[in-house]
Design a binder for this molecule. Structure first.
Ligand SMILES: Cc1cc2nc3c(=O)[nH]c(=O)nc-3n(C[C@H](O)[C@H](O)[C@H](O)COP(=O)(O)OP(=O)(O)OC[C@H]3O[C@@H](n4cnc5c(N)ncnc54)[C@H](O)[C@@H]3O)c2cc1C
Length: 414
């Protein structure tokens, strides 16, 4: 009979750290991974650079997380500096960038995956790849083993479930952990895509696809009420918007957007200029370029790819010469530059979501140990739990800290 002290299911960020930690504490560990390569998602994090964590103070860090109280015990044991020290100990140097975001010095997420993989091997973990856990066994209220898709059974004293969320399913995270946990009586709180592009109802020309707008101000409206406002970079995609501030807003308004609530996004394309200053600037451009038509002048004020879409919203002929514009027409251009509206039609799908919001209910997990309150010796870690956070290295730190805490608790000698 194949019997281990601990089985870790899923070799992503949480699972790799959990398995290595447990094995280094003298435990016989089996790590089971569904994909042919472990850490598929880790490899694409931070646009291939892997934003490991964030060196902000713990209280600020926790303000970026949905369930901060639950995470405190995990962070008290193993937080950003401990994570960085750990990577240094396995020969991976790090660097800190704008916003206190930490990356590997090489700028290569693959180095993080390789480093963790080497460490896990060296620690004596038995890794089995290309195998999917499709059943968990419980005997007399205690977890006892797993069944794989090939029918093979493995037994263990303890199991740490680290199967991730349901986003970017091509990386192996297809929500299996939700189903497995549910069969054992765990509650799964509403799961939905988060940190995900927002689909818009307006017709966006193909030309806009991938256009990055730097330093814009975006306000979110529900009818006439401003619900939120963010300044930074955003990006147009096909019939959707994305980029740092939009992803963050997708998380803030995830529930409303998921339910199809009517929200509008107002882009201020010239946030450094008040309406009055922008009007003066526009008048100066008109003085200098009297023989230009409206299209020509807008090319001086907007990214080229945006001009056609902008013009399609004007209610007058864009071939008109600028010195023939009426005051009302000038005003309508200024208003559009300051308030370019997009109507949200919802969130894009899990395929495009950086994380999954929702997951195994935290009411049923002990935050001091990550152990299930329902099934003895079953532990959870990472995105599978009802934990999610903003972009900036917060989500990986959650996976690493909870993975480590689960392993420490599961290997504690009583
Ligand atoms: C494009 C992208 C960029 C990101 N960039 C960042 C970033 O820069 N910084 C940051 O903090 N966060 C980032 N994230 C989020 C971060 O990657 C996740 O929050 C984190 O990987 C979650 O770790 P995890 O170990 O819980 O799950 P995962 O990394 O998803 O790992 C789960 C593992 O379990 C395996 N598995 C699933 N089901 C089974 C099963 N039945 N049997 C066996 N194995 C199974 C999967 O194949 C997978 O390998 C990014 C996410 C995406 C999609």
């Amino acid at each position: 009979m194949d019997k281990f002290e601990i089985i870790v299911v899923g070799a992503g960020a949480a699972g790799l750290l959990a398995a290595g930690t447990a094995a280094n504490r003298g435990t016989k560990v089996l790590l089971l991974e569904k994909m042919f390569r472990p850490g598929r998602k880790l490899r694409i994090t931070g646009k291939g650079r892997c934003n490991l964590t964030n060196l902000t103070r713990i209280d600020d860090f926790l303000s970026h997380v949905n369930n901060p109280d639950f995470l405190r015990p995990a962070f008290e044991q193993f937080f950003a500096q401990e994570l960085i020290d750990f990577f240094h100990s396995i020969q991976i140097k790090t660097k800190t960038e704008r916003g206190r975001r930490v990356f590997p010095q090489s700028d290569k997420a693959q180095d993080i995956v390789d480093g963790l993989h080497r460490w896990v091997n060296k620690s004596g973990v038995m890794l089995k790849k290309d195998v999917r856990v499709n059943k968990l066994f419980v005997k007399e209220g205690r977890i006892s083993g797993v069944r794989l898709n090939n029918g093979k059974l493995y037994f263990a004293d303890k199991i740490i479930l680290c199967t991730g969320g349901a986003s970017y399913p091509a990386t192996g995270s297809t929500g299996d952990g939700y189903k497995l946990s549910k069969t054992l009586g765990h509650t799964i709180t509403n799961t939905r895509p988060a940190l995900v592009p927002i689909a818009v109802k307006n017709d966006l020309s193909n030309e806009l696809d991938r256009l990055l707008l730097k330093n814009v101000n975006v306000k979110v409206f529900r009818r006439n009420e401003i619900l939120s406002e963010k300044f930074g970079d955003m990006q147009f995609l096909k019939q959707s918007i994305s980029g740092p501030i939009i992803l963050s807003l997708s998380r803030e308004f995830g529930k409303a957007l998921h339910l199809g609530e009517h929200l509008e996004f107002s882009l201020d394309l010239k946030p450094a200029l008040s309406e009055l200053k922008l009007t003066n600037r526009f008048q100066r451009e008109v003085e200098k370029n009297r023989r230009l038509d409206v299209t020509g002048l807008l090319r001086k004020l907007l990214p080229q790819k945006m001009v056609a879409t902008f013009i399609s919203r004007l209610k007058f002929d864009s071939l008109k010469l600028v010195d023939q514009l009426s005051n009302d027409e000038i005003k309508s251009i200024i208003l559009l530059l300051k308030d370019f509206r997009l109507v949200a039609s919802g969130l894009k799908d899990f395929d495009e979501a950086i994380i999954t919001s929702g997951g195994v209910s935290l009411d049923e997990v002990n935050p001091e140990t990550m152990e299930s309150k329902k099934i003895k010796n079953l532990y959870f870690a990472g995105e599978l739990l009802d934990l999610d956070a903003d972009t900036g290295g917060y989500n990986l730190q959650i996976a690493f800290s909870t993975g480590r805490l689960a392993a420490m608790a599961a290997t504690k000698k009583s």
